[in-house]
Design a protein around this ligand. Structure first.
Ligand code: CU
Length: 569
């Protein structure tokens, strides 16, 4: 049965009906005495809250692990939404430490971004809600509390946020039980079966590198597959470990999607690096293997400090049948509009450094994180080149909130690996390497974060506040009447309330309507979401504001139009 047969088209409604075998903890079985069946966390259901607390689960057979979890589940519940949905969930912090939910890779308003400055205190709750308007893809959520992110994630607080889009059906990709999310993490065998978080000074320097890989929270995991094409959504949810993903016989796989969804082409590779915070969807065909055979997803050896780069077996696939997923490797995916370096309006440099052992604060431009300091002011809707200059011998996966960017070059070389080509929110900066990315912030204004996703580095202060300016100048306006028409508000001048109307000319468009004052400060966001073609009218009641001149700014798929509103009391 294909997933589309039973997905109900509203937020999360399809989640309870997953075709996956959801194994309760303790439900593991063994084949030939070796390994544990790959687990899948439950899917969040519509109306269900996310409750943060510690709980006891079975990770290793016959033992109990105390984890930090949402809804008593490790990994945390998988959230599945359709593009265009309005997502909303009540977060209840029942644990003894402050926490947040950061929606990694999702474009959300500042106050929904789950930043350390917006922590939810013990005993408190908060509703996270935002429209999901970005590209379908494999996203991630986890705690982002001040100095606690690494500990919370290590102890279990991390999950999938998968955005689906009917538009992807046209490509004939494997779906349903042939579309498998895989959360890859590592834990320390010396503390087994506990997830003790007790990094040494060396661990704070290099990251807390475990020696036992878990996939979807399963040690020694195996997964039974058919001799057919599968889609695997790989998420590196480890604190610090970089994986060199490959199959044990070095068979090629197709790289299908990066952090921000489908690439413009599926490209064959034999191995690919996946650093903490990064996602990669791959396609793999088990057809060449005979029933009864096995093949293992591995992390291969590579050069790194400490145990970084050690070979690991991640997940064994046992070939058990001849069913077909009906999926294909798509020949033609939608093109991606790649930014042109010649269009940049400026270059920003971020130098990554670390001090000596024992006083080893990780720094960006010599700074450590201060939640009350703004480190970079970023103009709205301007293409910029950002250069990450790694002066250390360590890996730094650099993550930016509030934007999807594109990798431009590594050490000046623009001939990039296929996993670097596409939309990204996290990019691995290798030891002593300079990586240049191109970024344009044209969604939300406000304070967002730039940080290393090695979580020990991040908690150690390797993080900056970036402030995205509100669009203020009328010159930002781009005339493209074919996309949408914005009418003058009526009445105008007005007393207390006025109507703003516009017409959308394309079937489904991302629309924001915001009111700014003459100083460019955001007064009120009136609408943010996806709307269909046709005329739309939104009322602004200004009675609680002082009279004067305001600007109504409508942004449709990145295009801005502005009207002047005159409020006379
Ligand atoms: Cu780092």
């Amino acid at each position: 049965m294909k997933r589309r047969d039973f997905i109900i088209k509203s937020a999360l409604a399809g989640a309870a009906l997953s075709a996956y075998q959801i194994l309760p903890f303790g439900g593991m079985k063994k084949v030939n005495g070796v390994g544990n069946t790959l687990r899948f966390p439950p899917e969040l259901q519509q109306g269900e809250s996310l409750i943060f607390n510690s709980s006891n689960v079975e990770v290793w057979p016959g033992t109990t692990t105390q984890v930090l979890s949402l809804n008593n589940s490790y990994p945390c519940p998988t959230i599945r939404v359709q593009k265009g949905d309005d997502f909303s969930v009540l977060f209840e912090n029942q644990y003894t430490e402050e926490a947040t939910i950061h929606w990694h890779g999702l474009l959300v308003p500042e106050l929904m971004d789950g930043q350390p400055k917006d922590a939810i205190l013990p005993g408190n709750s908060y509703t996270y809600s935002f429209p999901v308007f970005q590209r379908a893809g494999t996203y991630f959520y986890h705690s982002h509390a001040h100095h606690l992110t690494a500990k919370h994630v290590y102890k279990g607080y991390a999950g999938f946020f998968i955005v689906e889009d009917d538009n992807e059906l046209q490509y004939g990709l494997p779906t349903g039980e042939y579309d498998i999310p895989l959360l890859i993490q590592d834990r320390h065998s010396i503390y087994q079966p506990q997830f003790n978080y007790s990094p040494s000074n060396m661990d704070r320097m290099l990251g807390y590198l475990g020696d036992v890989p878990l996939v979807n929270g399963t040690p020694e995991a195996f997964f039974e597959v058919q001799r057919t094409l599968y889609r695997f959504r790989l998420l590196n949810g480890s604190n610090a470990r970089v994986y060199k993903i490959a199959f044990s016989d070095n068979s090629p796989f197709w790289v299908l999607a990066t952090d921000g969804g489908l690439k413009d082409e599926a490209v064959q590779m034999n191995s690919v690096y996946l650093s903490p915070g990064e996602r990669l969807d791959i396609l793999f065909n088990f057809n060449p293997y005979a029933i009864g055979n096995s093949i293992t997803l591995q992390s291969q050896n590579f050069s790194g400090v400490g145990t970084q780069g050690t070979q690991m077996d991640l997940l064994r696939f046992d070939i058990i049948g001849d069913l077909s997923s009906g999926g294909i490797v798509p020949q033609n995916l939608a093109p991606i509009n790649y930014y042109d370096i010649n269009d940049i309006t400026g270059t920003r440099t971020f130098t990554l450094s670390q001090g000596m052992m024992g006083n080893g604060m990780h720094r960006i431009n010599g700074l450590t994180y201060d939640m009350n300091r703004i480190d970079e002011n970023i103009p709205y809707d301007k293409l910029e080149e950002w250069k990450f200059i790694n002066t250390t011998n360590n890996f730094h996966p650099m993550h930016v909130h509030g934007v999807m960017f594109q990798v431009h070059s590594r050490n000046g070389n623009t001939n990039l690996s296929p996993n670097d080509r596409g939309w990204k929110d996290t990019v691995l900066v290798n030891p002593n390497e300079t990586v240049s990315v191109l970024a344009k912030f044209n969604d939300y204004s406000g304070i967002y974060l730039l940080h290393c996703h090695n979580l020990e580095h991040e908690d150690d202060g390797m993080m900056l506040n970036i402030k995205i300016d509100a669009p203020t100048n009328v010159e930002d306006e781009k005339a493209r009447p074919d996309t949408f028409e914005l009418n003058q508000n009526y009445p105008n001048p007005f007393n207390s309330s006025t109507k703003i109307s516009y017409r959308l000319n394309n079937p489904s468009q991302n629309v924001t309507l915001s009111i700014y004052d003459v100083n460019g400060n955001l007064v009120e966001k009136l609408f943010d979401g996806v709307q269909s073609a046709g005329a739309h009218t939104i009322n602004w009641n200004a009675s609680k504001y002082s009279s004067g001149t305001y600007f109504g700014r409508v942004i449709v798929d990145g295009l801005i139009k502005i009207i002047k509103l005159v409020y006379l009391k």
